[in-house]
Design a protein. Sequence first.
Length: 180
Amino acid sequence: MNNEIFFSLHNLAHQSVFFDWIFVFTSNTFGYIMVFLAFVFLFLHTDGVFDYRTPFLQLKNKIKEIALVFSSAVSAWIIQAVMKSFIVTPRPFIFFNDVKPLFLYGGVDSFPSGHAMFFGALAMSLYFVHKKIGYMYFVVALMIGLARVVSGIHFPIDILFGYIFGIIIALIFRKIFKNK
């Protein structure tokens, strides 16, 4: 089933130069832009009221939000790197000789998807602090994951487990930050 889903999605590649560019952009550059925008949002967002009597408490809460979101996402990235040193799985373009990726990335480090883990953790932790932005970032995570499958860089199972592991990491960090 994993292979059937992969080929169904990967068949969208190499159909149009424009759409190939969109898939490559979404797989790579789009994520960096969205991470920057998440940081800017967290830094600048207020709930509409600035309480001049407790500015340091508000600053402390803002720093706590930023720390929760980015510590869970960065930890997810580090954990996936450690996992990939123990789990050897070839990427689709290595596993199947006839798969032509839209760009080359990695080798035998397909499972789990680091991008899916990072953006799964980012989206979940953003959801904890700002639900609407969290929903938006779940869509971003889905777009990036799908683009990486279409590009021939990951199998769907890599993406799925990346999301699951990333969400679990965000849940752990939420628990850690609630206890402080």
